[in-house]
Design a binder for this molecule. Structure first.
Ligand code: PHB
Length: 388
């Protein structure tokens, strides 16, 4: 009698487990929230293409489950839209992961949804330091501005630069970059002779750049988000003759990202930047990435595409570790401390902060085979986000 009860309970447990597996289905759904239209449409293209390239190169089945991307257009810096899309992805689409986020305000807006739904959320670009502290369910595979900026300040001082003017976009990552540059540069012994913040929407660069010229610094340090703003700044920099006045341009790699270099043209030659990824990085992993990306898009990939590629690599690893049964808490455990051989170089997800630890390269824009590239010539290995 007793034995049959035990047997009955075991059968029930097995039946329940079976229903669970069925309910979970044979698909791992990944909701992508990205800027697919408007001024920042290139961010969404880079992110979705990077993710698709990873799937092309590595197959779309992991641990017996099919990987499916569900892409939602957040349209630009639109936190309310980002939050609504995240809620829809959780409730209607029943996704297993939320990913994407070119822009900081969109990533920040989703933190509370990630926490309430216990939904692992992979930040593939947005780079304001604070983002990953806003939810224990967030992990980042891109960079943080302080992480790529401090090496620039240290390199500048080491190279003899003593007086710098800073110009940043007036929102999260710009504020982070301004603070990190000032902190590291003055600590080394340098002086900040002026600083200015440029609005994110419809910026007029001319007057800001003129102010820099009039202050006669040795160099200007700039953070602009990749794309239109970077183009606008570079145009004003050469139109107002800062290069001819001998004011060197130091920047994070956002300004000289691979996708826009050809549009910047020869004005960009000689610009020094620090960043985590260059198309010209010489490694088998980068060759594989470039080959896969070329099958998805004729455009050049940039660091956002690599952030997405690595985000997918991290998710594939989590799905393998959990044997296809995704649980929010277990997934976050699996992300922590993970090491990835990225197209950019070695990458680790810090177990405490869920942020990236990586090499930051110093690069110069040069012509190679008639085309412009960020050519790496120095590096800072194993850099953590200094703010944490
Ligand atoms: C951001 O909004 O966090 C951001 C956007 C573009 C960049 C870097 C950071 O190039």
């Amino acid at each position: 009698m007793k034995r049959s009860i035990v047997r009955g309970a075991a059968a029930l447990a097995a039946a329940l487990a079976c229903t669970c597996a069925l309910a979970a289905g044979n698909t791992i759904k990944i909701g992508v929230i990205a800027e697919m239209s408007g001024t920042f449409a290139d961010f969404g293209q880079q992110i979705t293409n990077g993710a698709k390239a990873y799937m092309k190169a590595n197959g779309d089945t992991v641990a017996g489950k099919k990987i499916e991307l569900i892409v939602k257009d957040v349209t630009g810096p639109a936190p309310d839209v980002a939050k609504r899309l995240a809620q829809e992805l959780v409730v209607k689409d029943e996704v297993d992961f939320i990913v994407g986020f070119g822009l900081t305000p969109n990533a920040l807006a989703v933190a509370s949804v990630a926490t309430e739904a216990k939904k692992p959320t992979v930040i593939m670009n947005a780079a304001t330091s604070i983002i990953t502290t806003k939810s224990p369910y967030m992990v980042r595979t891109s960079m943080t501005l302080p992480q790529v900026t401090e090496p620039m300040a240290q390199w500048a001082y080491k190279s003899g630069v003593r007086k710098v003017y800073t110009v940043v976009a007036d929102y999260g990552p710009g504020h982070d970059a301004e603070k990190a540059f000032r902190g590291a540069f003055t600590k080394a012994g340098g002086e900040i002779v002026g600083d200015v913040r440029v609005p994110l929407k419809n910026p007029e660069f001319g007057p800001f750049v003129q102010r820099v010229k009039d202050a006669k610094p040795q160099a200007v340090f700039v953070f602009m988000p990749a794309g239109e703003l970077a183009l606008g700044f570079m145009k004003a920099y050469s139109e107002r003759g800062l290069d001819k006045a001998g004011i060197r341009l130091l920047t994070t790699g956002d300004l000289t990202e691979d996708g826009i270099l050809e549009a910047l043209g020869d004005h960009a030659l000689g610009v020094i930047s620090t960043h985590h990824y260059s198309m010209a990085h010489d490694s088998p992993e980068n060759k594989a990435f470039l080959a896969a990306y070329a099958q998805i898009s004729p455009q050049r990939p940039n660091f956002m595409a690599v952030g997405a590629w690595d985000g997918m690599a991290a998710i594939y690893e989590v799905v393998r570790k959990l044997n296809g049964n995704i649980d929010g808490d277990k997934a976050m455990q699996a992300f922590k401390g993970m090491k990835i051989k990225s197209p950019r170089g070695p990458l680790e997800i810090d177990a405490d902060t869920r942020d990236v630890v990586q090499t930051v390269y110093v690069r110069e824009v040069k012509k190679v085979g008639g085309k412009l590239y960020n050519v790496e010539f120095d590096q800072f290995p194993h850099v953590k986000d200094p703010g944490k």
